[in-house]
Design a protein around this ligand. Structure first.
Ligand code: ATR
Length: 265
């Protein structure tokens, strides 16, 4: 842990902790926001392995850092470290934003995702996956009051999540997305180069969202686009959760346009 800050800029006061962390666009986006608001302090990525989150947060808190984002696989550990937490963090069971001075944890993933949802008059939503990321999405859909289904490779996890957040489980091994007009992929199948057992309707289409982002569209979004669905990757959620975190740390309105431009939305 002593080596945690080796090579880190002495002017850093904000961080994103996770493992892996190199791919994160948060430093680019948050540094642009800090500069646009004339604020001091850099935002840096720090690789923290699973099991070491509490120790890392204590170290940064002790050195007067201001705030951090927490990403995979540390969000539950961060909740445990925090002495206070927001209602959202407790309901979702994860902290993605830390305020060091108060040792307070927030979850801006759920509220951030909520802000990216379009207006749908007759929403029929489906969540693919039932892991940590799916919890924030289920929380947001419940908050919006939209009925939703959950499909997961391991059905028991889908059942549990559906029960907790008031959705319904889709018990089939394969998914026909023609029954829905909003489909959100929260699985990590694409990261492992694996395809999801999803069948796209040949006519009509809705909105396909993927909470991950990368240089290219995920295989899930590529299939959706091929069947004329509208697609949106995880950068919209990244922007909104990051803007809410920035506002919590600084007390200033987040410069959303600057942040959006920086991550090429
Ligand atoms: P996260 O916190 O990112 O959601 P996670 O808790 O490990 O990570 O969950 C990963 C999700 O992706 C799970 O829903 C997982 O399905 P299982 O519960 O059956 O493991 C899903 N997933 C991963 N690889 C998959 C694949 N090849 N096909 C379908 N679902 C997959």
């Amino acid at each position: 842990m002593k080596n945690l800050l080796r090579g880190v800029s002495p002017s850093a006061r904000y961080a994103v902790l996770g493992d892996p962390i190199e791919h994160s666009l948060s430093p680019k986006m948050q540094n642009a926001a800090l500069r646009a608001c004339g604020l001091q302090g850099e935002y840096v990525p720090i690789r923290v392995p699973s099991g070491s989150c509490g120790e890392a947060l204590s170290l940064l808190a002790g050195q007067g850092w201001i705030g951090a984002n927490i990403t995979v696989p540390l969000k539950t550990e961060a909740l445990v470290w925090c002495q206070q937490s927001s209602v959202e963090a407790r309901e979702i069971g994860a902290v993605n934003t830390v305020l060091f001075a108060e040792r307070r944890g927030l979850n801006t993933d759920g509220p951030g995702f909520l802000r990216t949802l379009p207006d749908l008059t007759a929403p029929r939503a489906l969540i693919l996956g039932a892991g940590g990321a799916a919890r924030a999405v289920a929380w947001a859909l419940r908050q919006r009051g939209w009925p939703f289904f959950i499909w997961n490779r391991s059905p028991s996890r889908a059942e549990q999540l559906a029960e907790e957040f008031g959705g319904q489980m889709l018990p089939t091994p394969e998914v026909d997305v023609g029954d829905f007009n909003l489909v959100v992929n929260t699985t990590s199948a694409g990261l492992h180069g694996q395809a999801l057992p999803v069948h796209w309707p040949t006519k009509g289409g809705g909105l396909a969202l993927d909470i991950s982002y990368g240089r290219e569209l995920s295989p899930f979004l590529r299939s959706a686009a091929a069947f004329s669905w509208s697609v949106q990757d995880g950068r919209a959620m990244l922007l909104e959760q990051g803007a809410l975190a920035f506002e919590a740390w600084t007390g200033l309105p987040a410069p959303r346009e600057v942040m959006a431009r920086e991550i090429e939305i």
